[in-house]
Structure formats: C-alpha cells, structure tokens
Design a protein around this ligand. Structure first.
Ligand code: 173
Length: 330
C-alpha cells in the first residue's frame, strides 16, 4: 500500500531536484552599498575586491555596487541592511548603533580578525548580529588603523575644555571625559564644519584625512592613537540564508581573501603619517606617562560605556576581543 506513495514521493523529489538543478546553477546578484564616501580609501579598496569578485564569480555570485553617501545617508545604512533594502554594506559599527548598540564595541578589539575567526569571537559577534540586527557579520576589511584626535588649537595636556569636536559614537564618551563639547556628523560634513569654525577638531583614523581634503583645515594630530577603526562588510540575514552552498562557499572564499589583504593597512598608516607631516600637520605628543594614561583612559571609558549599554555582550566581547593586561599596553 505504502509503496506507490513512496515511489510517488521519490519521483516528486527527483523532479524537485531536477528543477533545483538549474536554479542552483543560477547566478545571484547582491546589492552592495557603502556608508563611507565614494572617493575615499575604503571604497577604493572595496572596489578592487568587487572587480575581482565579479570576474571570478561569473555564473555563481555577483556584486552590484550601488554607491556611497550619495546613494544613502551613512547613518541609515545599517537599517537598510537589517530590513533588506540592500543585501550587503561596507559600514562601521558607530554608524549603526541605532540598530545595534553593540556594533560600536568592535572598535575596542585588539585581537586580529584572523584570530577572531579562531577564538570564537566571530561566532559571538554573529550571534548578536543575527539575533538583534537581522544581519550576518561577514568580514572585517580594515585593521591596524588607530583613531586620533585632530585639532586646530594647541594643547599641552589631554584636556579639551572649551573645544568643540566633531565625533561619531566611536569617540563620544572618551572626548567627553576629556571635557570636549561634541557634535556628531557623518564624514561628508566634516570639511564644512571645520571651514565654518563650527568645530575645532575631529576624530578620525590615522589614514584617510586627505580623501576629503581635511588637511587644508587641520593643524595638529594628537598622539598616541587609540582603538582600531573597524570597517566591515555586513549582510541582510535572510539574503545570506538564501545563498546556495556554492554561492556561500564562493562568498566565504572571497571574504577570507579580503581579510588576508589587511596587512595593507599597516603600510597605509605609515604612508599617511608621513604624508600628514609633509602637509604641515604637527604632532602633539604627551610625555610617556600622560600618553599611557590617555590611551588607557580611552579603553577604560570605551569598555565602561559598552558595559552600561549591553552588560552581557560587553563582558563576552571583552574576553574574546581584548588582550589581557589592558592597562599595560605599550
Ligand atoms: O566617522 C568616523 O569618525 C568614524 O566613526 C569612523 C569609523 C571607522 C573608520 C573611519 C571613521
């Protein structure tokens, strides 16, 4: 009695498999957007990767780069990924704290992403990103780019009393702890804010200030740097789950290839430091003990803020992303 049914089911499955064949072999195209400016180093780096991705991924997976802030305001990109308006974004946690406050914690990492993939950090990140952000955290494209404070008024100690500083959530609590008045803007508004004297300085990583001509309006860089700029690819979770096994394998291969290039950022940091000096930007250096206190304060304030916003995740991330002896960094 049962046999014909089983046979029918088997025939149905065979048919389904046959029709799934061509579907599986089909090429999918993912829509990719950048929260960072079109003409900046991050998008240049990304586009070289996209070109190779599309050349080698014909018939499997393609990326359609839609653009940057001219296409969508940077602080809306996280929500666009969450809701599936776009599939993938190049973004930084500070730009989507509106979706996921925990996203900004990744700046506090001092464990290389290659190690994060081995020590469970990547899974821990994805658990939060999946559950709270409806996103998959795909890859970290930027590492070894500490943030700095750039200012137009000379200081001889870490005190920003009376100064207005352009920030994103990356720097908020740290600069406030240094007594600054802070103003949040996306990168695209920094030049005008400096030009009009709306701000006396800004936070930004060691690299990239020439991309939007900020060197014209920058007198000093304060050393040392602190944290590590996190710029990553994130993907809408349902879109990620829809990928076929060959598409997923291809995506993963290319994501690892992208991260394998992260040594680039060490060289870039050196080049940009030299370029800033050549452009007449002076370095403000504190004595060793003050420099150490400044940097340690950045991390202490950063982790304390994280613990206030999301205690369990902050504790988990701290154990996975932070080297021990945080107080004794070089
Ligand atoms: O805009 C910013 O200063 C910022 O938050 C950021 C984050 C990562 C890389 C570069 C800038």
């Amino acid at each position: 009695m049962k046999f014909p049914l089983v046979k029918a089911a088997a025939a149905f499955l065979a048919c389904a498999a046959m029709s799934a064949g061509p579907v599986q072999a089909q090429q999918a195209t993912l829509r990719l957007i950048s929260a960072f400016p079109e003409n900046g180093i991050y998008v240049q780096h990304l586009q070289a990767w996209v070109k190779k991705f599309n050349e080698e991924g014909k018939g499997v997976l393609q990326l359609n780069f839609l653009g940057g802030p001219k296409t969508m305001p940077p602080f809306e990109v996280g929500n666009a990924v969450k809701t599936g308006v776009v599939d993938i974004a190049l973004n930084t946690g500070a730009f989507y704290t509106n979706v996921l406050p925990e996203a900004d914690f990744l700046k506090l990492s001092d464990v290389p992403v290659a190690e994060q993939r081995k020590n469970g950090a990547f899974e821990a990140i994805n658990k939060v990103w999946n559950e709270k952000g409806n996103m998959q955290y795909l890859a970290r494209m930027v590492e070894h780019q500490p943030f700095h404070l750039y200012i137009n008024k000379k200081i001889d100690k870490p005190d920003l009393t009376g100064m207005k500083i352009r920030i994103t959530p990356v720097y908020r609590e740290f600069f406030q702890a240094l007594n600054a008045n802070v103003i949040t803007t996306p990168p695209g508004e920094v030049y005008t804010a400096l030009e009009r004297g709306v701000v006396d300085g800004y936070g930004w990583p060691i690299g990239g200030i020439f991309d939007l001509n900020w060197q014209e309006k920058t007198k000093f860089r304060v050393d040392p740097g602190f944290y590590d700029a996190e710029v990553s690819l994130i993907m809408n979770l349902p879109a990620y789950k829809k990928l076929t096994p060959p598409q997923l394998a291809y995506l993963n291969k290319q994501l690892l290839a992208l991260e394998a290039q992260n040594g680039f950022w060490d060289r870039y940091a050196e080049e940009e430091t030299a370029r800033q000096a050549k452009a007449g930007i002076q370095t403000i250096k504190f004595d060793d003990a003050t420099a150490r206190r400044y940097r340690d304060m950045a991390y202490e304030v950063g982790w304390a803020t994280a613990a206030k916003q999301s205690p369990e995740v902050a504790a988990r991330f701290k154990s996975l992303l932070s080297r021990p002896a945080a107080g004794s960094r070089p």
